[in-house]
Design a binder for this molecule. Structure first.
Ligand code: 13P
Length: 261
């Protein structure tokens, strides 16, 4: 069975002081849940770069993992303002979110660039959480599967099966991000199944069956249980609700309940 991965993408929120407060609150709300249950759910927080070190120091004793929200495709050198995979690894990150739709939209990230970043992350032992998703216009035009296919093929291009097995894919319909509009559990699951089948065709069914595919887009404490109980939804990539300790803890709990069933 695939282990659920519940991840908070804090986006450009929380300075170092606010991070300390939120992590403390998260520890208080999540740790009792984890201790009272032996159901395996991976829990991840992805604060901004400037908060990674303090967050890492604060989560040492608790089963929370750390991830970044972006990184460079380059190894090192004259790339002013960039942060490398090696730097993230050295401060204790295990994951990095890549190709989020906000980066695709505002920073013109392409599938090719996201593919290069993903390979670079894997080279340094970071798990890339690679985001894909269609816009509202694309969904309404009936081309969701074409868009997802191009994105998945592009971001996983020239990876070995072993490499693909180490990736996480996050399906985030752009129209559901920060809008309060969630894909219905059935709508989301359909796309997740499509992605899994595609990875099965491109690589192998063994890889596809193991692949963690998260859903992201207005997931919250109210809708998490239903989304997470779908056959092919292996976790959530949560924006707004991950900034509220109680809401995030409730989503974690929902993941645990589903995993127990
Ligand atoms: P919201 O949960 O705020 O819709 O954001 C989703 C997201 O973009 C996570 O990466």
């Amino acid at each position: 069975m695939r282990k659920k991965l519940i991840a908070g993408n804090w986006k450009m929120n929380k300075d170092i002081h606010e991070t300390a407060t939120l992590v403390e609150q998260l520890k208080n709300s999540i740790t009792p849940t984890i201790q009272n249950s032996n159901t395996p759910v991976d829990i991840l927080i992805c604060p901004p770069f400037t908060s990674l070190v303090i967050a890492k120091m604060m989560i040492k004793e608790v089963p929370l993992k750390l991830g970044a929200q972006n990184m460079s495709q380059h190894e090192e050198g004259a790339y002013t303002g960039e942060v490398s995979a090696k730097m993230l690894k050295s401060i204790g990150c295990d994951y990095v979110i890549l190709g989020h739709s906000e980066r695709r939209q505002y920073f013109k990230e392409t599938n090719e660039l996201i593919n290069a970043k993903s390979k670079q992350a894997l080279k340094h032992g970071l798990t890339p959480i690679i985001c894909v998703g269609e816009t509202l216009e694309e969904r309404e035009a009936g081309v969701t599967e074409d868009i997802i296919k191009t994105q998945v093929k592009g971001v996983l291009s020239e990876m070995t099966s072993d490499e693909v097995a180490k990736c996480v894919i996050a399906y985030e319909p752009v129209w559901a991000i920060g809008t309060g509009k969630t894909a219905t559990p059935e709508q989301a699951n359909q796309v997740h199944q499509f992605i899994r089948k595609l990875v099965g065709q491109l690589y192998s069914w063994t890889v596809a069956e193991k692949l963690i595919i998260q859903y992201g887009g207005s997931m919250n404490d109210k809708n998490a249980a239903e989304l997470l109980s779908q056959s092919d939804i292996d976790g959530g990539l949560i924006g707004g609700a991950s900034l509220k300790a109680d809401a995030f803890a409730a989503i974690v709990l929902a993941g645990m309940e589903v995993a127990k069933e």
